[in-house]
Design a protein around this ligand. Structure first.
Ligand code: ARG
Length: 464
């Protein structure tokens, strides 16, 4: 007969397919460090509380160290029949130290154990994610610092709207990343609660001290309710949501890089290192890295829907459905980390085509608002100024000209009835540099504002 952890009450072997669907070891072996750390903290506490002897504890600690070393050396024999990481560690421990291994699981269940492991994993992964986000922010800021004077069209509805500076545009993504980091910190605060000591679901009769275990493992607090402790996966769902939003932000930037690199826009050239060619069309240079970042958003959002759906309708407390919590967490994390680590160097490698930006700023009547503002500043009601400017745009467009190409007489004609004096200064007002630099309202695109924002960002992102 097979040997199972829970084998006592069973007379028959498990079906081969049952073994296969039941096993999580293929993916949860990633939790081996957390699992062993949790066991070591638990064993130390059991000894402190007098539940196990000092000698047994010493044997358990040494044995767990050896199991850890073996796993890291690639010597662990992973077997589907041993289900999961918890069982693998414990059964290997029993092979190494014999009887005392059987005391490790006192006052503990795989239910509080697995929740502990995954929380520890998320905390560590979250810190890594925060670092990668900071790296990405630094890449954005470094690029922005080179483009305070690069004036480009700002868009709404993907139609040319008003001129902005490229640095301002890039700093918008830095803001998103600050919010992502804030959301992450918030989520990690809730993940940093230790469930160890809840046992299977109801607590235990042994005199455990969950607080000291939590402290030893670096948690910030301890569970309040044993049922909640073993069945709460909010931290996992939240973590994937945080990752999902990071990915959505990356995807928006990726999309911009993709359209900016078309011949139609031609604002940027992506380096060869992040592009591919075509097997048939020799001229092609495709923005594959950016496309993959955009495309992988699908799977990350799928991971979020996946975990939420697993949790929906689950009665308290632990249910085996919860074993399905790990793969979406791992997948979302791995995918987003990869995408951040591609986006950052891709930004560093980006060539911005100033000539194309300038050309784009020249067309599309980006300065129409300037003319309307000019008229309004000279006393016209803005609505009427807007209408007059619209007439000027129509006139200029018909002759394939810009507003700045209209003569003073033509401009005055368009503004007939406004009782506003238009003189040569209007041509100054229509210049894109002026349009940008006059937008000194808080958070606006004026270069003086942008310089200040960059200095601020530099201080925050490159601390002494
Ligand atoms: N492999 C399981 C999981 O990932 C561990 C917990 C098993 N608990 C149980 N009562 N069968 O959820």
């Amino acid at each position: 007969k097979q040997h199972k952890l829970w084998g006592g009450r069973f007379a028959e072997n498990t079906h081969q397919m049952m073994e296969r669907i039941n096993a999580s070891i293929d993916f949860d072996k990633r939790l081996y460090r957390q699992d062993i750390a949790g066991s070591k903290a638990h064993a130390a506490m059991l000894a402190r509380q007098g539940v196990i002897s000092a000698a047994d504890e010493a044997a358990i600690q040494a044995g767990l160290d050896q199991v850890l070393a073996e796993i890291e050396a690639g010597q662990m024999a992973w077997r589907q029949s041993l289900e999961d990481i918890h069982t693998h560690v414990e059964s290997r421990l029993a092979q190494i130290i014999g009887a005392p291994a059987g005391r490790l699981h006192t006052g503990r269940s795989r239910n509080d154990q697995v929740a502990t492991d995954l929380r520890l994993w998320v905390l560590e992964a979250g810190r890594e994610l925060d670092q990668a986000l900071a790296e990405y922010q630094r890449a954005l800021v470094a690029l922005a610092e080179k483009h305070v004077d690069s004036i480009m069209p700002g868009y709404t509805h993907l139609q040319r709207a008003q001129p902005v500076v490229l640095a301002h545009h890039l700093l918008a993504y830095v803001e998103m990343a600050w919010r992502d980091r804030g959301r992450l910190a918030d989520c990690l605060g809730r993940a940093a609660i230790s469930p160890l000591g809840a046992a299977a679901l109801a607590g235990t009769t042994f005199p455990l001290d969950p607080r000291s275990v939590a402290e030893a493992l670096g948690f910030e607090g301890v569970f309040a309710n044993s049922l909640d402790a073993v069945s709460d996966r909010d931290f996992a769902a939240e973590f994937i949501f945080v990752l999902g939003l990071v990915q959505v932000h990356l995807s928006r930037l990726a999309e911009e890089l993709i359209i900016w690199s078309t011949s139609e826009f031609g604002f940027v050239t992506l380096s060869d290192a992040f592009s591919t060619g075509s097997s048939i069309m020799p001229q092609k240079k495709n923005p594959d890295a950016a496309e993959l970042i955009r495309g992988k958003t699908g799977r990350v959002l799928g991971d979020l829907v996946g975990i939420l759906t697993v949790l929906k309708g689950l009665p308290l407390a632990y249910n085996k459905d919860m074993q399905e919590d790990k793969e979406p967490v791992f997948d979302a994390h791995d995918t987003v980390m990869d995408c951040l680590r591609v986006m950052s160097p891709m930004l560093a490698d980006l060539t911005v085509r100033a000539d194309r930006l300038a050309q784009a700023v020249g067309g599309g009547f980006l300065n129409a608002t300037e003319l309307a503002d000019y008229l309004a500043e000279r006393g016209a009601p803005f609505r009427l100024a807007h209408e007059a400017t619209g007439r000027a745009v129509r006139l200029a467009e018909a002759g394939d000209r810009g507003l700045e190409d209209l003569t003073l007489d033509e401009l005055r004609d368009c503004c007939g009835g406004l009782a506003v004096d238009i003189d040569q200064t209007v041509y100054q007002a229509l210049k894109p540099e002026r349009a940008v630099d006059r937008r000194t309202s808080p958070g606006g695109t004026a270069r003086a504002n942008v310089e200040r924002a960059l200095k601020e960002a530099r201080k925050r992102l490159w601390p002494e």
